[in-house]
Design a protein around this ligand. Structure first.
Ligand SMILES: [Zn+2]
Length: 407
């Protein structure tokens, strides 16, 4: 996760086929704790057989900020994760969770249970392993299965220095360190720093002595034009981390995170078919993604109908030469092809953009912005569709400015 540039996929159980088919197009898997807890055997069978085939690394994210929300209608996976952590009352249905209610014994229980879960993750029933190994279509030896690459202790989302969650996060980290030492796995811990803003993240990162850290800035939407100042701040924070000798991997990131590698980001993870940011308040409602087409030159998903309309009139803007698309209409792709295309597209983006000089990045983004905007203006389509196309490209110009500012 800390060698440039590591492309991780956030695993969802609907993605098994995509992940199985495309292992050479990404570097590792990020397994959400909710899925690992809820569909434990199936997830293990899948992840472990894959790790045995191609030494595919994986880590499990506790998704702990989930429990900072009131969970009015908790899902089974929420309750099972809380049970796994040994504190069923983490699922708070009626009152807002309070940092002051985290006693030392709760913190210790959560931390030790999570580490035990990670250490024991490679224990799987032979029957389950064999079932998933068979689907890989090639012989896979169970003894080649891997432990999680790192253990990411539970952490909280810190909105600001006054909200009292910072202390909970710090105590979870310290309790995890102590317990990991007892179990002889302390060298495997990597700290997640989650914050409500880039400047808050920068402050927290500057307080830790850890050299390899994982970042999550809540609800940082790469595409929203109002994110411009925040993206600049994110880039500046990464530069500061790099100057301190820290390496940073992003828990959530889209194409813009690939561009951030020039300021020190060593990798990022994205859901297959998802927009690639996450607001911690939305964690409880995550589900399978809708079928949309990832437009490589926009570096974002749009509705298949919109992509098809552009493709008919301006094929150069939308065409993709990957083996799913073959430069054909986006409407030809079924659900899994749409998903596979998106992973291939990200892989290609990384190889094409990672080493590109910043001035060229800026110019290309601006060029593509102008191309889409003028296409929107001459598109023969209902006004609403043309407006959607125009609205779908503004971020390119914004990113171009951000990269120019960051240099
Ligand atoms: Zn494609």
């Amino acid at each position: 996760m800390f060698e440039s540039f590591q492309h991780y996929l956030s695993y969802g159980s609907t993605d098994q086929q995509t992940v199985r088919d495309l292992s050479e197009y990404f570097d590792g898997l990020l397994v959400p704790g909710t899925i690992a807890a809820f569909q434990a055997e199936g997830t293990k069978g899948f992840v472990l057989s894959l790790s045995a085939r191609s030494a595919e690394p994986y880590v499990i994210d506790s998704r702990f900020p989930l429990f900072q929300n009131v969970l009015q209608r908790p899902k089974k996976s929420h309750q099972m994760l809380a049970d796994l952590l040994g504190v069923p009352s983490l699922v708070s249905q009626f009152i807002a969770p309070d940092p002051a209610s985290f006693t030392d014994s709760m913190i210790e229980q959560i931390s030790s249970n999570w580490i035990d879960f990670n250490v024991g993750f490679e224990t799987v029933q032979t029957k389950t392993f064999d079932k998933y190994a068979a689907r890989l279509g090639e012989p896979v030896l169970p003894e080649n299965r891997q432990d999680p690459l790192f253990i990411l202790p539970p952490y909280t989302m810190v909105g600001n220095s006054a909200d009292n969650w910072e202390g909970v996060s710090q105590r979870l980290w310290e309790a995890s360190q102590s317990y990991a030492k007892l179990r002889g796995v302390d060298d495997k811990l990597r700290r997640v720093i989650a914050a409500g803003s880039a400047s808050e993240w920068d402050r927290l990162a500057s307080l830790t002595v850890e050299r390899q850290i994982i970042a999550w800035i809540s609800n940082l939407d790469e595409f929203k034009l109002s994110s411009e100042a925040e993206l600049v701040q994110y880039g500046e924070s990464l530069k500061s981390s790099t100057n301190r000798g820290q390496q940073v991997f992003a828990l959530y990131g889209g194409f813009f995170s690939v561009l951030l590698s020039r300021y020190g980001l060593t990798g990022s993870s994205h859901g297959i078919g998802f927009g690639e940011h996450r607001d911690w308040v939305e964690l409880p409602t995550s589900g399978a993604p809708p079928a949309r087409y990832y437009v490589p030159r926009l570096h974002r998903y749009v509705g298949v109908d919109i992509a098809t309309t552009i493709w008919r009139q301006f094929p150069d803007l939308v065409s993709c030469d990957c083996s799913e698309c073959n430069n054909g209409s986006p409407s030809n792709l079924d659900y899994h092809s749409l998903m596979r295309h998106s992973v291939r597209a990200r892989n290609k983006e990384i190889s094409e953009w990672l080493e590109m000089p910043s001035a060229e990045v800026s110019n290309l983004l601006e060029r593509d912005y102008i191309a889409f905007r003028s296409a929107a203006q001459s598109l023969s389509a209902p006004t609403a569709v043309a407006r959607k196309v125009e609205e779908s490209c503004g971020h390119l110009s914004m990113w171009s400015r951000v990269i120019k500012v960051l240099g």
